[in-house]
Design a protein around this ligand. Structure first.
Ligand SMILES: Cc1cc2nc3c(=O)[nH]c(=O)nc-3n(C[C@H](O)[C@H](O)[C@H](O)COP(=O)(O)OP(=O)(O)OC[C@H]3O[C@@H](n4cnc5c(N)ncnc54)[C@H](O)[C@@H]3O)c2cc1C
Length: 278
């Protein structure tokens, strides 16, 4: 199938984009939007391409955080193109997204806005407790990544509002992290996924489960116990309970698969024997 006719506008600046967005749909890497247009699951009359806006393509330090423009691609993060994003956690996550051709065009902001429950960035950035900068014609606001996604393919974005940046905490060598994505073939969306981030320097302690029916679920009690007592707190019972509370309506097999992803993610974070890099 081919897309229905639509008008294409390439924005050259943020004010230009915000003006043009009135009643139009933003498009960035087009890796999700392209198929949706071709399948006619989306039929916007006009799309506004935000992928060439310099402000959305740049990465900079902004006080305590690193400001990552929403149109930075997965491949740029994988390749360590931006010095401020050269961290094994970010590079590991980026390199596991889809195939290289998709990573070359797909963007961090597009991935978050698309809000696929099985996607990588909503999970990985929630574990870092990152924030998003959202802009529309009458101003800018910030939201936590963990509060951005409301459900499958549904976010807090309002009409005419776009993600302009991800605000990341600065990642250093003190970050203990784990990221495990279970999929049958490399390059597929996750069937189960989990991310963990602990940093004694900043007090960050987050464990998040992904590939659920809705947004990733923070396992706060488990994270608190691990931060206090170390990885010994991640007993089989504790993991089973945490997974059950995050996916109460799932069947036993699905829960078990998520529990396995969680166990492997924590093993990676704490250098335990059952860690795997898959
Ligand atoms: C075969 C295949 C496999 C994939 N596998 C994975 C995977 O394993 N893991 C994973 O995480 N993803 C995967 N993806 C998705 C891929 O990462 C996409 O690049 C990403 O989801 C969307 O990014 P994009 O920049 O291409 O956005 P687009 O396709 O351009 O847009 C997607 C949606 O976001 C909106 N949007 C785009 N940019 C903005 C913005 N700045 N502000 C507000 N709204 C915006 C658009 O209006 C649209 O609704 C896969 C995609 C394909 C086709």
């Amino acid at each position: 199938m081919k897309a229905a006719a639509f008008e294409y506008v390439r924005a050259t600046s943020l004010p230009d984009a915000l003006r043009e967005l009135n009643g139009a749909k933003p498009i960035s890497g087009s890796q999700s939007m392209g198929p949706m247009l071709n399948l006619r699951l989306a039929r916007p009359g006009r799309v506004v391409d935000v992928s060439r806006i310099a402000d959305l393509r740049s990465v900079s330090e902004a006080g305590e955080v690193v400001r990552v423009g929403a149109a930075v691609t997965h491949a740029e993060i994988e390749d360590g193109k931006h010095a401020l994003l050269r961290h094994p956690y970010l590079q590991h996550v980026a390199s596991g997204i889809a195939y290289r051709a998709i990573r070359n065009r797909g963007t961090i902001g597009g991935s978050l806005a698309h809000a696929d429950p099985a996607a990588d960035w909503p999970l990985a950035l929630s574990a870092l407790d990152a924030r998003l900068e959202l802009s529309k014609a009458d101003g800018t606001r910030q939201v936590r990544v963990s509060e951005f996604m409301l459900g499958a393919f549904t976010t807090v974005l309002e009409e005419g509002e776009i993600i302009t940046a991800v605000l990341l905490p600065k990642l250093g060598t003190t970050l203990r992290w784990g990221y495990y994505k279970l999929c049958r073939k490399t390059g597929e969306f996750a069937h189960a996924s989990a991310a963990a981030a602990f940093d004694a320097r900043t007090g960050l302690a987050r464990v998040v489960l992904g590939a659920l029916d809705g947004p990733p679920a923070a396992l706060d009690e488990l994270a608190r116990q691990i931060a206090q007592r170390g990885p010994a707190a991640a007993t089989e019972d504790a993991l089973t309970q945490a997974v059950a509370s995050a996916m109460p309506n799932a069947d036993g097999i699905d829960r078990q698969i998520h529990a396995a992803a969680l166990e492997r993610c924590l093993a990676q974070a704490f250098g335990l024997a059952n860690a795997t890099t898959a």
